[in-house]
Design a protein around this ligand. Sequence first.
Ligand code: ZN
Length: 174
Amino acid sequence: MSYLSIDDQKRIESVVDNIKMQTGLSYPENDLIEIAKSLGIEVFESDVSEYPNIDGLLEYVDEKGKAEPKIFLNKDRPETRKRFTLAHEIGHYVLHKNDKVRYRIDELDYSDNAEDTKLETEANYFAAVLLVPEDKLRKILALSDNDYNVAAEFFGVSRPVIENRIKWIKTNKQ
Ligand SMILES: [Zn+2]
């Protein structure tokens, strides 16, 4: 993952907090699709078997007004991956409204990748903060004797998402 400064991280964390305040919804108590809807985003699962590398797509009616945002998810991906992709695309929507593109196609790779652009890292960080709230993660890890698999199951994400989240939390505290 490319570098995010502490300020970048704090800015993204406050965006996630604002979504909670604005919508009155938070994950995992509320379904992620419900959260997307309350932000005005329509979510679809699509057959993209002609383009098997695609994880997700964020699309607007026009690039200026950024109206009618729609997120399409590759229906053939596992649930955990679809969930992370959805959170990642919501991240592009709330963080990158000024980027002047009408659509964005994502082929996600959760592993550390030096070529990841900053926007992708921001969207990944947003997704991890939204899906794995720090206070709830701490509770689950305390209750499960630090079992990352239990945490991954609880939040409906893959284990690397939990590992990365913990890495970022530690970086944050340094
Ligand atoms: Zn992306």
